[in-house]
Design a binder for this molecule. Structure first.
Ligand code: ZN
Ligand code: MN
Length: 504
């Protein structure tokens, strides 16, 4: 490609939109009682309804409706008083019914707005056109060849995902982001991810396909000086499907901007089509030419009642919406007194909720941060877990810190106790008691240990008495060894100096 992203920005103005599909974490599927679970044996979570067998009747999952409404509210949308499901007809082997139950002209949520905060603090407002409910399709696996259907030896289909509840969020056309287009797109999807996590309706894990983004993009030539940009017509757009990481969103936009700028500058047309993103080559290749809505022959789903949430229920749900993730971050940073770097690291490590819960359980914020970003981050890294997957709770960490703060254990013992918690031995206090790890705070026991150590090293005692107070370190070390690390080193030092008759 001859055009780089930055060069293209001099001649063209990108116009884009994003569709995000979020898989909801309900216990059961959208229209049947099958388990909604990731990673089960293929075709075990299926029934006549989600396989679309003749005579089966779907029933709407109330929890999925609740999650969809809460998400709509978090996106600043209006909630329709009555919305119908619609059949979106298309034939593909991952869709046993030959249609997907979705929503068409009556989406549950419509006309919203979401503030997206960029890295430098700039706020970009993205218009939300709609957020509608639908069911997911199954999953095809093409075996042999390069993994695509072309050249495959055979294909497998797993219907476990068929019928899993989704919310599809569609933005309005986004203009005016200029060279920050890729950054806005990434920040928008990251904000959606943070919102669904904050709502507790999905874990938003893109690498497992629970949050998937399609990015459509077109370029229009920059207006000449003194001309009105809005008078310049939009170009033809491409839609890059299933871009499954935040980094890939930025890269896919960089690639498409360059590719389209090349075509347009040569006077060649941009074809309106879907394109596939390839992580290995950082490029897109053509898929099918884009269907129009009429190709899907949408019609109202006759087997389901309309969704008619009462206004009282909607208002009740509105009360459960957490604050915007960026606002929450700013507030927590202020409350906790974290530096920008500490905050950024905690966000990147997915540790905010954990730290917040640890603070709520009684630990000081900096102590909570040090545990999660230090010892626990290392352990997670070693075990190839994410922080939230570690077998330790914020309450455990608060309890552990409480044991330190009350002087019952020291930092060194705390790390042993934490290892015990991670190995499933129980809660921190129980481990301290079971293993007898409490700090020796009984002065007479410490005095005896100090006397013994001093008697063994009379030369050290002499040095301390000559004023070389730092020599006391050797005795502190001996006492710590004798008490298996369970002494309070500060107190031991005080006792040594008192015994030697010098001031600390
Ligand atoms: Zn089912
Ligand atoms: Mn969809």
């Amino acid at each position: 490609m001859s055009y780089t992203y930055d060069e293209a920005m001099k001649d063209f103005d990108p116009v884009f939109g994003i569709e995000v599909h979020v898989e909801l974490n309900t216990k059961t599927k959208m229209f049947c009682g099958c388990a909604n679970e990731f990673g089960a044996e293929p075709n075990t979570n299926v029934c006549p309804v989600c396989l679309g067998l003749p005579g089966s009747m779907p029933v709407t999952n109330e929890k999925a409706v609740e999650s969809a409404i809460r998400l709509g509210l978090a996106l600043g949308c209006s909630i329709r008083e009555s919305s119908r499901f619609a059949r979106k007809n298309y034939f593909y082997p991952d869709l046993a019914k030959d249609y997907q139950i979705s929503q068409y002209d009556e989406p549950t949520s419509y006309e919203g707005e979401l503030d997206v905060v960029l890295d430098d603090g700039t706020v970009f407002t993205v218009g939300i056109e709609r957020a509608h409910m639908e069911e997911d399709a199954g999953k095809n696996t093409h075996v042999g060849g390069s993994g695509g259907i072309q050249g495959a030896d055979y294909s497998l289909v797993d219907y476990n995902r068929g019928g899993v509840p989704l919310v599809e969020i569609v933005t309005k056309t986004i203009e005016g982001a200029g060279e920050r287009t890729a950054e806005v797109a990434r920040a928008y999807v990251a904000t959606i991810r943070d919102i669904v996590r904050g709502l507790g309706i999905s874990d938003g894990r893109m690498e497992q396909g629970r949050l998937r983004a399609d990015v459509n993009l077109s370029l229009r030539p920059k207006a000449a000086d003194g001309e009105d940009q809005s008078a310049v017509p939009f170009g033809k757009r491409s839609e890059t499907k299933n871009v499954n990481s935040l980094r890939a969103i930025e890269r896919a936009i960089h690639f498409e901007v360059g590719r389209q700028a090349d075509l347009l500058s040569k006077g060649e047309p941009v074809v309106q089509e879907t394109r596939h993103w390839h992580e290995d080559t950082n490029s897109t290749t053509p898929g099918r030419s884009k269907e129009q809505a009429e190709d899907y022959r949408y019609f109202p789903e006759p087997d389901l009642l309309p969704v008619e949430p009462s206004r009282e229920w909607v208002e009740e749900l509105r009360g459960t919406i957490p604050e915007h993730p960026a606002k929450m971050r700013a507030r927590l940073q202020e409350e906790w007194g974290f530096s920008d770097l500490e905050m950024r690291d905690a966000v990147a490590a997915d540790a905010l909720v954990l730290i917040s819960d640890t603070v709520a359980a009684g630990a000081p914020a900096q102590a909570a941060r040090k545990w999660w970003m230090g010892e626990l981050a290392r352990t997670a890294n070693e075990r190839e877990f994410t922080l939230p997957e570690l077998p330790v709770t914020p309450a455990d960490i608060a309890e552990l810190q409480g044991l330190i703060d009350s002087g019952r254990i020291n930092d060194k013992i705390a790390r042993q106790v934490l290892a015990g918690v991670l190995d499933g031995e129980g809660a921190p206090t129980a481990i301290v008691e079971a293993r007898g790890l409490e700090v020796v705070s009984d002065d007479s026991a410490l005095e005896a240990a100090v006397d013994e150590a001093l008697a063994a090293q009379p030369d050290v005692l002499a040095k301390i008495q000559e004023g070389k107070v730092q020599a006391a370190g050797a005795i502190v070390g001996a006492v710590m060894k004798a008490t298996k690390g369970q002494a309070d080193a500060g107190r031991v030092r005080e006792i040594i100096l008192a015994r030697a008759g010098v001031e600390g």
